[in-house]
Design a protein around this ligand. Structure first.
Ligand SMILES: O=C(O)CCC(=O)C(=O)O
Length: 277
């Protein structure tokens, strides 16, 4: 049976109906979802009842899964990361970021399931790096196209927030040593669609390598503000049973921090990608 796919905004996003993600995907469903992800960059599914192992199995259809070095895992499925505001301080997700760009092969995508939601607040925004790139003037696109930028784990996971207890410090230090700052192109080409996207993010990008420090700071400030423009983004108001699946190669997202001290729990399964070019 064909899925119903409804575009949500001109820049990105689609609602996908007519599928139960708890069941193994047929080849046809896998292909339809892959095509929809390419076309819309972030997909939303409603009324899903996914256990952590079913969420893991759904995500694993799209590639090898990544286990986060800092965030806790679910006991039933270690590849599923638990974002629980009662167990962890999650304020650092209230920044525009692309997940895990501090590694050589940043994630292809991620599947996020709502487990416990505040009555209001706790929305998540996604923005399209393709729309942001395409809206730049031709001379700026040309300048950016040859540049690379440094991405640093410690920008979003600073020692003073993630290394205060001895057991945390050990994990933080190990992660830092295993993930030294790494360079990626500022403009990346989607490996499947061939479309170009802006690939810097406020969460992890620290420097445009080929520019002076001041030039880099000014240009990054402009690019971070530019790619967060409402024209390139959408805001998702979560309901119980919602699942989001985004293409992490060409999007960034922002988890709105407006509901604490109410508890909120999300589960994320993250799919590894390839080396950006
Ligand atoms: O909690 C959310 O809505 C988004 C979480 C997030 O920012 C992430 O998984 O990187």
């Amino acid at each position: 049976m064909s899925l119903r796919i409804t575009r949500l905004t001109p820049a990105l996003g689609a609602l996908v109906e007519g599928i139960n993600l708890a069941r193994p995907l047929s080849d046809e469903q896998y292909q339809q979802i892959s095509d929809a992800l390419l076309a819309h960059q972030v997909l939303f599914f409603r009324d899903q009842q996914l256990s952590p192992t079913q969420q893991r199995d759904f995500a694993a259809r799209f590639g090898q899964l990544h286990t986060h070095p800092i965030y806790p895992s679910h006991p039933d499925a270690p590849e599923v990361m638990v974002l629980d505001t009662e167990a962890f301080d999650l304020r650092d997700n209230a920044i525009w970021h692309t997940d895990v760009t501090f590694i050589e092969t940043p994630p292809l995508g991620a599947v996020l399931a709502a487990r416990l939601l505040p009555e209001t607040g706790g929305d998540t925004l996604w923005a399209s790096g393709i729309a942001a790139f395409e809206a730049l003037s031709a001379p700026l696109r040309q300048l950016l196209d040859g540049l690379t930028a440094t991405h640093d784990f410690t920008k979003s996971f600073p020692l003073e927030r993630y290394g205060t207890r001895p057991e945390d410090l050990q994990r933080w230090d190990k992660t830092r040593l295993e993930n030294p700052p790494i360079s990626h192109p500022v403009i990346r080409t989607h490996p499947v669609s061939g479309r170009k996207a802006l690939f810097v993010n406020d969460g992890f990008t620290t420097r445009i390598n080929e520019l002076s420090e001041k030039e880099s700071a000014a240009l990054l400030a402009f690019l971070f503000a530019h790619q967060a423009r409402p024209e390139f983004s959408l805001r998702w108001r979560w309901q119980a049973g919602d699942v989001a699946f985004w293409d992490n190669r060409v999007t960034q997202h922002y988890a709105v921090d407006d509901y604490r001290p109410t508890r909120r729990i999300m589960h994320r399964a993250t799919i590894l990608g390839d080396k950006p070019f």
